[in-house]
Design a binder for this molecule. Structure first.
Ligand SMILES: Cc1ncc(C[n+]2csc(CCOP(=O)(O)OP(=O)(O)O)c2C)c(N)n1
Ligand SMILES: [Mg+2]
Length: 477
């Protein structure tokens, strides 16, 4: 329970005569925005208590529950109104002083997707998405600028910005590296969503936090002054990042580069496919290269980045959206942790397609342990495992692939099959060091032709290539 308190929205002990009500409250708390886990301990020893909810952390539960109804727990209406007015004025002032604003869209923005699209479509302000917010703007939009993770892939655009505006960003999604951009950062959060204020000491160093409805912030943005970005600056940033990642692909004969796996899957699967992504080096390729048309079509455990997420999440997605094709991208390590769930998908006849990046290693750990001087191959490598054969043993279809053509054929078969398929892709991990460098290291900070072209300036980035903070980003989770 104590361990759970640091990762759950609330930890609640449920027992006694009104246990049903207490359980209902647990569910309400979990579903209140932003949705998240609540740990409920069913404890018989509180059975004789009058109040059946003996909460270990009831204030957290109340706060989380109340976040959808700020009037109940928030400040009095008059002062809340004044703070919205003041926030709108700060935001308008910041926009008025900026020529190159960049937006960060976070998960809290998902319920406002329609309003965001209305306010931003065609306005040319580049918008980066956190992992969980992918699709708020479709990746096909000129403004969709790719990912913000706290790494360096987003660096060329953010370094060129003179104002960064976060809309509903949950800083738990950022990798723990320094936020050291020269631009002013303004974060807008919905009332009741996150405790913050003038004394903000969070991830976004030096940020101003404004608590106001995102819809109000969007009105300010829509009415805001012009900017100096060319209309395709966001698209140029995203395309450059994708091009650089793709150019880093290498694979020995008889193996696929991870970039080829993602690109082939994206080309073969319908746009409305729901993809889930596990934690690992393959995630660094899948997240930026999988194009997303709308929210909740790309599911990932960001922040804690839990291994063993992709397959159970894919099963949940297939249950919730039975008509959509579902693809789980997972490493061999992550699939090994949840392998038995293939039988669940078979038993429930779910059309879940598991694509396993099989490199017989915990590749992300291999990358990270080297600079730390730890481990060695023995710590991260294991013997060959046929996940296609394991799938067959559990009653699922399985295919082992070593080429793009075989992968495309296996996907076509899987899409036409009612039950689950495991596609065991033999992947060469050789490109991962370069991928890591482009995502979180120095390579992410190199001059980007697309951005310089878009800005119509030379990209003089060498003056700010600070080694210390780049390696901090690289070594961060
Ligand atoms: C539950 C859990 N345990 C450990 C980790 C730390 N971790 C992150 S990635 C990784 C290795 C993943 O290996 P694999 O699934 O094969 O993916 P790859 O990195 O090879 O693509 C580990 C151990 C984690 N994120 N979650
Ligand atoms: Mg692996």
């Amino acid at each position: 329970m104590a361990l759970g308190r640091s990762v759950a929205k609330a930890v609640v002990t449920v027992g006694g005569r009104r246990a049903g009500q207490a359980a209902a409250r647990v569910v309400r708390t979990a579903l209140a925005a932003p949705p998240g886990p609540v740990i409920a301990s069913m404890d018989d020893s509180v059975a004789s208590m009058d109040d059946s909810v003996a909460s270990m952390d009831d204030s957290a539960a109340a706060q989380a529950e109340g976040s959808t109804s700020p009037d109940r727990n928030g400040p009095p209406a008059a002062s809340a109104g004044a703070s919205v007015l003041a926030g709108a004025s700060v935001l308008a002032g910041a926009l008025g002083a900026a020529r190159r604003p960049v937006l960060l869209l976070g998960a809290e923005a998902i319920p406002r997707t329609a309003a965001i699209r209305d306010a931003l479509a065609g306005r040319g302000i580049p918008a980066l998405h956190t992992y969980r917010a992918r699709g708020v703007l479709p990746d096909s939009a000129a403004e969709a600028a790719g990912l913000v993770t706290g790494g360096t892939m987003e660096w060329p655009l953010l370094r060129a910005a003179d104002l960064v505006i976060g809309l509903g960003v949950d800083e738990a999604e950022m990798i723990p590296a320094s936020w050291d951009y020269p631009a002013r950062t303004v974060l807008v959060t919905e009332p009741g969503a996150a405790p913050a204020g003038p004394g903000y000491r969070g991830y976004f160093t030096g940020a101003t936090v404004l608590t106001m409805p995102l819809t109000r912030a969007l009105e300010v943005l829509a009415a805001g002054p012009g900017h100096d970005w060319p209309p395709d600056a966001g698209h140029a940033a995203k395309a450059d990042a994708a091009r650089r990642l793709t150019a880093a692909a290498i694979a020995a004969p008889g193996r696929l580069a991870p970039q080829q796996v993602v690109a082939t899957a994206r080309a073969c699967a319908p746009p409305e496919t729901i993809a889930t992504v596990d934690a690992g080096a393959h995630m660094l390729v899948a997240m930026p290269l999988w194009e997303v048309p709308e929210p909740r079509r790309l599911l990932v455990s960001s922040g804690l980045a839990t291994m063993g997420y992709a397959l159970p999440a894919a099963i949940a997605a297939a249950l919730c959206a039975p008509r959509a094709p579902v693809i789980a991208f997972t490493g061999d390590g992550g699939l090994g942790m949840t392998l038995a769930e293939i039988e669940t998908a078979v038993r429930m006849s779910l059309r879940v397609i598991v694509i396993v990046f099989n490199d017989a290693a915990l590749s992300l750990i291999k990358l990270k342990q080297k600079p730390a001087g730890q481990g060695g191959d023995d710590a991260v490598r294991y013997g060959p495992v046929s996940f296609a054969a394991a799938a067959g043993a559990m009653g699922a279809a399985g295919a082992a692939v070593t080429t793009e053509r075989d992968l495309a054929a296996a996907l076509a078969d899987a899409l036409g099959r009612p039950g689950p398929t495991v596609i065991d892709a033999s992947v060469d991990p050789a490109a991962y060091p370069a991928v890591m460098d482009l995502s979180r290291g120095q390579a992410g900070r190199r001059s980007v032709p697309g951005i310089s072209r878009a800005l119509q300036v030379r990209c003089p980035l060498s003056d700010v290539l600070g080694g210390a903070s780049a390696s901090a980003k690289e070594h961060a989770q």
